[in-house]
Design a protein around this ligand. Structure first.
Ligand SMILES: NC(=O)c1ccc[n+]([C@@H]2O[C@H](COP(=O)([O-])OP(=O)(O)OC[C@H]3O[C@@H](n4cnc5c(N)ncnc54)[C@H](OP(=O)(O)O)[C@@H]3O)[C@@H](O)[C@H]2O)c1
Length: 324
């Protein structure tokens, strides 16, 4: 299958920008759909083969028009916290996957790459993972040449996860940490993007799902201690037991805490707590012959040396997510 033009949904986000870079570097023409073209263009401006369009991707007619003429579609749209309307888990994950499959069929686009998450399963403990699992089912039953990616938590400059703890540690005298024993195998964003790019025309990857993890497993406490060390904060970290972890997440969901924490991109909900009930670790090698990057090789550079410019970028990123 020869692919020249790729339509990306969710291509202006943290992962999307890296996927655009990886595809542009290989000479693909890329179209990105966004709800805010000006903002997205600023992030993708240096990529000459990438075009950015303002599209309401939930409108089937607009979605069809956007993907028309493309050879492949990549769906990266996802939300981490339940919100109303198009940003609910059900709509952003399951309903949207149905719409994507329908327009691919309607526009005779055979190739579909779908971003899911490690442990996504219709029977998973959290709604985030259940709806990601249901979206996978929609894609698997599509009859298209699909490939699904299931990463553990993703790190890299501008990530949500390690940066959240870096910010928290800046403001609090000590950190009461929920689910400290939850296990993760964080994966570098550029490795995830490389996997998307490599699979695009790789017939072997059609009809396959790939779990994506980095080289090492950490507990949440170990990751936060690492952030504590590289940012030089040295805050005491107090691991909460299960009941206290649940209580902390419940409290964060009460008004006005929820609104404030969401604005600061520091929200942890009960749904996130449920997601952490399953270890986010892989039982397989990283695919496509890619040697996954160690967290220690890159994270200190963007967590430790926080210049005013880096903090400004992060502020802008938070404002963007707040408006989603
Ligand atoms: N980051 C991680 O650690 C991680 C781990 C596992 C899986 N994933 C999955 O990877 C994907 C990308 O994650 P990310 O970290 O790059 O997220 P992100 O930075 O928040 O980007 C998400 C993108 O999806 C679009 N989007 C979000 N909500 C939408 C909605 N309701 N309707 C239409 N478009 C919407 C946004 O596009 P515009 O704002 O431009 O319209 C944005 O560019 C998601 O599916 C996520 O679940 C991420």
């Amino acid at each position: 299958m020869e692919i020249n033009t790729v339509a990306i949904l969710g291509g202006s986000g943290f992962v999307g920008q890296h996927v655009c870079h990886a595809l542009a570097a290989e000479g693909y023409r890329v179209r990105v759909a966004t709800r805010d073209r000006e903002r997205a263009k600023k992030r993708l401006i240096l990529l000459p083969t990438v075009d950015v369009d303002n599209v309401n991707v939930h409108d089937p007619a607009q979605l069809s028009a956007f993907v028309r003429g493309a050879d492949a579609v990549i769906n990266l749209v996802g939300v981490l916290h339940q919100a109303s309307g198009a940003a609910s888990f059900e709509q952003a994950h399951v309903e949207f996957a149905r719409k994507v499959v329908t327009v691919c069929r309607g526009e005779h686009i055979e190739r579909l790459l779908q971003m899911s998450a490690l442990n996504a399963d219709p029977a998973a403990p959290s709604l985030y993972l259940r709806t990601k699992g249901e979206a996978e089912r929609v894609v698997r039953d599509s009859g298209l040449a699909w490939t699904i990616f299931r990463p553990s938590v993703i790190f890299g400059r501008g990530d949500r996860f390690l940066n959240l703890f870096a910010r928290l540690l800046r403001f609090v005298p000590f950190l009461p940490l929920a689910s400290p024993d939850a296990r993760f195998q964080p994966v570098f964003v550029e490795d995830v993007a490389a996997a998307f790019e490599r699979s695009l025309e790789e017939v072997e990857s059609f009809g396959k799902s790939y779990d994506l993890c980095g080289p090492k497993v950490y507990t949440l406490r170990e990751l936060v201690e690492y952030v504590n060390a590289v940012t030089g904060r040295r805050r005491p970290i107090i691991g909460l037991n299960d009941a206290m972890s649940y209580a902390q997440a419940s409290t964060m969901e009460l008004p006005p805490f929820k609104q404030i924490l969401r604005a600061l991109d520091m929200l942890m909900t009960r749904d996130n707590y449920y997601s952490m009930k399953v270890d986010s670790v892989c039982r397989c090698e990283f695919p496509f012959g890619i040697a996954p990057t160690a967290l220690e090789a890159v994270a200190a550079a963007y967590l430790g040396n926080r210049t005013p410019r880096a903090r400004y970028q992060e502020m802008r990123e938070r404002a963007r997510r707040q408006n989603q």
